[in-house]
Design a protein around this ligand. Structure first.
Ligand code: NDP
Length: 339
């Protein structure tokens, strides 16, 4: 069984050498009867920025740290090989927490979601468009941003797993949408493929406040924040009265030991802005309606989803660390096996 091992807690930007590929002898046999465990073959593994938070020895967050010298854990799509659980049978496809390895024994089956096979929807979408990142976009946009038709929406890390869907949902809702991303290629994709009204490369802007004023001369009603830091500070200077900021993530701050100060919070009062942090897991009751809405729009060709697929478990360290250099174009996935 090939595995990706988390070597130990880190400071700064994750490096490929913080993870190690190991081959272990594992007997692919379920424990005693009644264990309610399932044995799965992992097909697609999801690389997510939040996993960086689990690489520090800090127990005060919403999810515990990884255990050093153990297999990395994350969202995946897997096929059931053997089952001692009445709800799962061999051949079923599932999505949920699994190990970064070829085969996993899963005991915590309550969190797993069974996938209804659908010829029109790739299995890997269950860690992207129809998985946690897609749901984050859906819950964050509709529940936290309270969008209205015609509003001006700004999305950062806009070409990524979450951002690309936020922008498309906002367009479907009748909003005007601008995205920021970290390369020329990503900006082109946002404008020419994903239907954003405008997009810009934040790395080419020496003054983010001036850039936002250029793209939003009439101000921002909704800022879907995936990055925090300087971009959040600049957005605060450009929000309209009664604007809303959904604080989804702070990928620009994740590798710093002391996050950067935000200077423009006074605008929350002056412009009566609502700024709300959220976790997608608080909205799980909306999952069925999310699946229905997004899958049907995808099938009608109204939503696209861009994936960045790395082949083989060996590519996992590069795929994961690439998130923090913006190497991924779209949702970063590791394909361990196709079936
Ligand atoms: P992405 O697919 O967008 O990948 C990460 C991207 O972040 C990179 O491609 C890069 O894009 C950008 N990035 C990396 N470093 C920096 C930096 N220093 N400054 C600015 N941008 C940077 O990731 P996701 O879509 O999966 O996640 C987006 C955000 O949403 C993350 O902050 C994540 O933690 C958060 N999140 C929150 C959830 C919640 O429940 N609240 C759930 C899921 C995700 P670029 O080239 O454009 O710089």
């Amino acid at each position: 069984n090939k595995q990706v091992i988390f070597k130990g807690y880190i400071d700064g930007v994750p490096k490929e050498t913080d993870l190690e590929i190991k081959v272990t002898k594992t007997e692919l046999k379920l424990p005693h009867k009644g264990s309610e465990t399932i044995l799965v073959k992992n097909l697609y593994l999801s690389c997510d920025p939040y996993m960086r938070g689990r690489m520090r020895d800090f127990h005060g967050s919403y999810i515990p740290p990884f255990v050093p010298a153990q297999v990395l854990e994350g969202f995946g799509v897997s096929k059931v090989i053997d089952s001692d659980h009445p709800n799962f049978k061999p051949g079923d496809f599932i999505s949920g927490f699994t190990g970064w390895e070829q085969y996993s024994f899963i005991k915590k089956t309550e969190q797993l979601r069974k996938i209804q096979p659908d010829d029109d929807i790739p299995l890997s979408f269950h860690v992207g468009l129809l998985g946690m990142p897609g749901f984050t976009a859906y819950a964050g946009f509709y529940e936290v941003c309270s969008p209205r038709k015609g509003e001006y929406v700004f999305v950062s890390a806009a070409s990524g797993a979450v951002g690309q869907l936020v922008g498309q949902l906002a367009k479907l809702h009748g909003c005007y949408v601008v995205g920021s991303a970290g390369s020329k290629e990503k900006v082109e994709i946002l404008k020419n493929k994903l239907g954003f009204d405008e997009a810009f490369n934040y790395k080419e802007e020496s003054d983010l406040d001036a850039a936002l004023k250029r793209y939003f001369p009439q101000g921002i009603d909704i800022y879907f924040d995936n990055v925090g830091g300087d971009m959040l500070d600049a957005a605060l200077l450009n929000m309209n009265i009664h604007g809303r900021i959904a604080v989804c993530g702070m990928v620009s701050q994740q590798n710093l030991s002391t996050p950067k100060g935000i200077h423009n919070l006074f605008n929350l009062i002056a412009r009566r802005i609502k700024m709300q942090g959220f976790l997608q897991s608080d909205y799980l009751h909306l999952y069925p309606q999310f699946l229905e809405h997004v899958a049907s729009n995808y099938k009608q060709g109204k939503i696209l989803y861009i994936e960045d697929m790395n082949e083989g478990l060996e590519s996992a360290p590069a795929a994961f660390t690439g998130l923090f250099y913006g190497k991924n174009i779209g949702k970063q996935i590791i394909c361990v096996a196709r079936e």
